[in-house]
Write a protein that binds this ligand. Sequence first.
Ligand code: FAD
Length: 391
Amino acid sequence: MRDVIIVGAGPGGSATAKHLSEKGYSVALYEKRQEIGAPKRCGEGISLGRVERLGLNPPKNCIRQKIDGAKIYAPSGKAVEIDYGKDSGYILERKMFDKWLAEEAARKGAFVQAKTYIKDVVRERGRVSGVKGESCSEKFEEKSKILVAADGVESKISRVAGLNTTCNPLLIDSGVQFEMAGIEIEDPKKIHLYFGNKIAPRGYLWIFPKGKDVANVGIGIIGNCTIPAIDYLKKFVENKEELKKGSILEVNAGSIPVGGFLKKMTLDNFLIVGDAAYQVNPIHGGGIYEAQFAGRIAAEVIDEALQKKNTSDKQLNKYNIEWWKQRGNSLRKIEKLREVVENLSDEDFNYLADKLTGEDLVNFTRGNSLVTLAKLLLKRPHLIKLAKALF
Ligand SMILES: Cc1cc2nc3c(=O)[nH]c(=O)nc-3n(C[C@H](O)[C@H](O)[C@H](O)COP(=O)(O)OP(=O)(O)OC[C@H]3O[C@@H](n4cnc5c(N)ncnc54)[C@H](O)[C@@H]3O)c2cc1C
């Protein structure tokens, strides 16, 4: 019997596996795909501060481009620039990065197995007590004291385990991305974000450079949009001289949670980590950091539960409490910001682009200084109600 089985070797699953293995537990990490990290479903952006906060030192082959700021474009075309004057983020190569995270877990002693699909949970006296799956075409069953679902936004494991994780479909954005080559990037050290209801309803388009002439060019928009996200993306590419002559090396699509954080992420012997629990920053859709941070909290809570030989829901509830204290409350504030942003017209965006600085925008994405935004919105009578939500 394993101490812990983890389903899904994305950043959340691998981080949980690494932290638990280094504490000496017997951990199995199962991934359905034949190659961990591929295909990617990600713009691959992460800030340096987040990498440092996770205590990571990724090898060079995981980092495609160092970033020193951002250009954020209003519908009018006006750009608000954030320039840190030094490296402040990475565009990763997720195929290498995710594999490296799994390697780190394996190095600490976790048993990692790709091409292993977990179909169901095993139960004893009504409690989750392991998994049933198929590994390289062979059926198997394995028991564990604790099961962790880190199986991404489409998580099935939480549901078969008995947790209701259904969320409002309006809280799931639709993402599509082309990895493009042979394009021209005005400033390859900056990420470029484009806002506007006509080009990306309730979302944005991005160009995340992976070199001078290679980039992830993508879009995330409200999930129930009548026009598919890929049509908006194609139009964006066709309308940009610097992109339209480029080649498309990869097409990636996926869902992006933008809120709906779960109050309850635990059962007896069971908890959820990462996208499977919608642990994503709701304003920009970034979840690489959130999944790993949650994995670290989960590992601490599991460690205590295993030491106490008490893996009940009541004991694991510490994970709910700690995650909300350390991340949830701040992400909930950012969700409120997203609720405000999705109600802005293109004219409102243009107005804000004239008033706000790059520093303001960075603060907002972290849930800070929202009062600054609220005060600006109060000056627009039709936005007074929205502004009040930010105080
Ligand atoms: C288009 C797009 C762009 C994005 N851009 C960014 C970005 O620039 N920066 C950022 O921080 N975030 C970004 N994200 C979000 C980010 O990719 C996720 O938040 C992050 O990968 C979450 O990590 P995770 O470990 O929770 O889940 P995942 O990375 O989704 O990993 C879950 C794993 O579980 C496996 N799995 C699922 N079911 C089973 C099963 N039954 N058995 C075994 N294995 C299973 C899957 O194959 C997968 O490998 C983007 C997302 C999308 C869709």
